[in-house]
Design a protein around this ligand. Sequence first.
Ligand code: PEP
Ligand code: MN
Length: 285
Amino acid sequence: MEKKRKPYQLVSREWKKEDTIIQLKNTAIGGGNISLMAGPCAVENEDQIFTICEFLSKQNVKILRGGAYKPRTSPYSFQGLKKDGLVLMRNAADKYGMSVITEVMDTNLVDEVYQYADILQVGTRNMQNYQLLRALSKIDKPVMLKRGMSSTMEEWLLAAEYILSGGNDKVMLCERGIRTFENATRNTLDLGIVPLLKSVSHLPVIVDPSQGTGLREIVVPMSMAAVLAGADGVMVEVHNQPEEALSDGDQSLYFDQFNDLVTKLKRTAKVLDKNLDLESEKILA
Ligand code: PEP
Ligand code: MN
């Protein structure tokens, strides 16, 4: 029987057999290493981001996450420090030799976010913002495309196809949970999609168990499960004072929980003969 042709091409394994490896200045994503991206949901002030960044640097974390432009469900919620947040995050990351990943919410912010970020994140609410995807297809920096909360794998891969077909092949996918009837967790983290994506696509796959569960107590086991399912990395939210956080405090890890995560992910990676990407030299600015 003739195999049905997939609607996506450039993102597919048929198009490119080898795993895509995305090179950053201090590390690489994909190709056997397990990446760990960590930081607060939102950059809140200088003290907060420097405290968290310093803590993460002690564990040799390579990629700092943090939102400066925040897509909040309510217009009355903290919307992020915007450009000031980008500057603070860049300064903190440079001090400790880390890369920055942060969300770009709008086409008219691509130039600004590009200046400060090493990876530009497309949030779940924007996965099918085709203007934004086209704008990001024209830049030379990596893009992390989060899964739309109600999107199928095919819609997600076609969204990634927009970025590749426009000329940017530095794309990674991020599973962050989908909407289901279940409301005990914030979203339903779809780990079954991870090995499936790895078989149909060459793009690196990251899992975000913080947005994916909404509950800090289950972030560690779901991170381990993500790695076992074949993810190329995890992205987690960490805060120096989660109960004071201006966004997503309930799903933000305490520092001691983050340390526990590192210990457990190292062991998990070993089971698969992989390394958690914390080993190499720190680059101090
Ligand atoms: C986030 O990473 O803080 C975030 C807003 O992610 P998502 O778009 O997955 O909700
Ligand atoms: Mn968040």
